[in-house]
Write a protein that binds this ligand. Structure first.
Ligand code: ZN
Length: 92
């Protein structure tokens, strides 16, 4: 297995949390996984979404990469839907 070079080796591909397009996850010099979205939307506005993972999640990604890689990226948790206030509650 090739050596993982910080900022060069793509250890995983996943969907951008901002725009959903595919981005490349690499490691920074501290060994933490990150990506920086290079895409723009149809109007040309850049997405610029960035994500960085901590050591624990990064270690799992590295292990999956070294094991041959097809493990899906841990997606960031989606924003929780705001709880629907019940309009049937008693009021007045
Ligand atoms: Zn994006």
């Amino acid at each position: 297995m090739a050596e993982i070079k910080p900022r060069e080796t793509v250890i995983k591909r996943c969907g951008c949390a901002g725009c959903g397009k595919q981005v490349q996850v690499k490691l920074n010099k501290n060994g933490c996984a990150y990506y920086y979205c290079p895409w723009a939307d149809e109007t040309g506005d850049p997405c610029n979404h960035q994500q960085r993972w901590g050591k624990a999640a990064s270690a799992k990604m590295i292990a999956a990469y070294e094991a041959g890689g097809d493990d899906p990226a841990p997606r960031p948790a989606p924003e929780p839907e705001p709880a629907e206030e019940s309009t049937n509650a008693l009021f007045g």
